[in-house]
Ligand binder design. Structure first.
Ligand code: GLU
Length: 319
């Protein structure tokens, strides 16, 4: 095929004349599975950011990912500019503990701690599982290695002395696959550390009779008092069809994180956008019900990026 170079030159000239004088800068936020809470949260932040893209020159997009650990590692590798991560993952990443032993992500910085997440243990009602100690001999999905959920499961199993070798089947698939596997009776239960209510568990509850199992007791209390990034909480009995009781569990914060090398202006703009549009943002997802501008600073887990500090100072929240 002959290529008419004159035409191509003409076309690219026309294109370059139609773009603004400054080049748009792109930022990407790493989230989680599309039916989780990180993904719509990243979407909400980007939509608010993109409303001002003419003034700021910043264009925001989200990426669906495997979750917290993946996001922290890819921020470190400069593959993502921002990401959402559980506060336990962020803390361990920054301090080189647990999965990050010998691989501390010392450049990890927080922007703000958005909302609380609680570990849900979602089971089929007919599975016979009533407590965490009924997991022996059961088929469970414990999530992929790149997820924060998996970190929570490993920690809780350790604390409760539950061994994966005691289970009949250990699946290491994403929580997004949990509802289908549960419905098809391929598993008895799956875990998900997530902001509630979440579409994922609603889907499960709408397709099969489910229950949520309490994660509490002395060993969990000890975990919460040992690590500042864990907190106790309750998954409300109003959230999921068929689950009428409140379910006590262990939780973390979902923290928006970035790297020390990210342009201060990008971080400032993202924090400013959330603070300036806080009421609108808060109304976007029921998982944000209890958050306040002040609570965005609780549970940051790692040092805050100077761009975020500037935005919080301007808003009068950091004095
Ligand atoms: N906390 C989960 C994780 O890091 C993700 C939850 C979500 O996507 O909302 O694995």
């Amino acid at each position: 095929m002959m290529i008419n170079s004159k035409k191509i030159v003409g076309l690219s000239l026309a294109l370059s004349l139609s773009v603004p004088a400054f080049a748009a800068q792109f930022i990407t936020i790493g989230t989680g599975g599309v039916t989780g809470t990180y993904y719509p949260t990243g979407g909400a932040i980007c939509r608010m950011m993109n409303k001002n893209k003419k003034e700021t020159g910043i264009r925001c997009s989200v990426e669906s990912t495997g979750g917290s650990v993946y996001n922290v590692n890819n921020i470190n590798a400069n593959e993502l500019d921002f990401g959402i991560a559980q506060s336990d993952t962020a803390y361990q990443g920054y301090n080189g503990e647990g999965k990050f032993k010998g691989k501390a992500v010392t450049g990890l910085r927080s922007v703000l701690a958005i909302y609380p997440e609680l570990l849900a243990f979602v089971v089929r009602k007919d599975s016979g599982i009533k407590t965490m100690s009924d997991t022996k001999g059961k088929k469970l999905n414990i999530d992929i290695q790149g997820s924060g959920t998996r970190m929570s499961v490993d920690t809780v199993f350790d604390a409760l002395n539950i061994k994966t070798s005691d289970l009949a089947l250990v699946n290491e698939l994403k929580a997004s696959e949990g509802p289908t596997m549960l419905k098809d009776n391929k598993i008895d239960g799956y875990f998900y550390t997530v902001g509630h209510p979440t579409a994922n568990i609603m889907d499960a509850a709408n397709s099969v009779d489910i229950d949520l199992i309490a994660i509490d007791g002395k060993a969990i209390d000890a975990l919460v008092s040992k690590y500042a990034y864990y907190a106790k909480g309750v998954i409300s009995g109003t959230f999921y069809k068929g689950v009428k009781h409140d379910t006590p569990s262990i939780g973390v914060k979902a923290v928006l994180v970035t790297k020390n090398t990210i342009n201060e202006e990008f971080v400032y703009q993202i924090a400013k956008t959330i603070l300036d549009n806080f009421d609108e943002f808060k109304a976007l997802h029921p998982a944000y019900k209890t958050i306040t501008k002040e609570s965005l600073l609780d549970g940051l887990a790692v040092p805050q990026h100077p761009g975020a500090i500037r935005a919080f100072k301007e808003a009068g929240i950091i004095k």
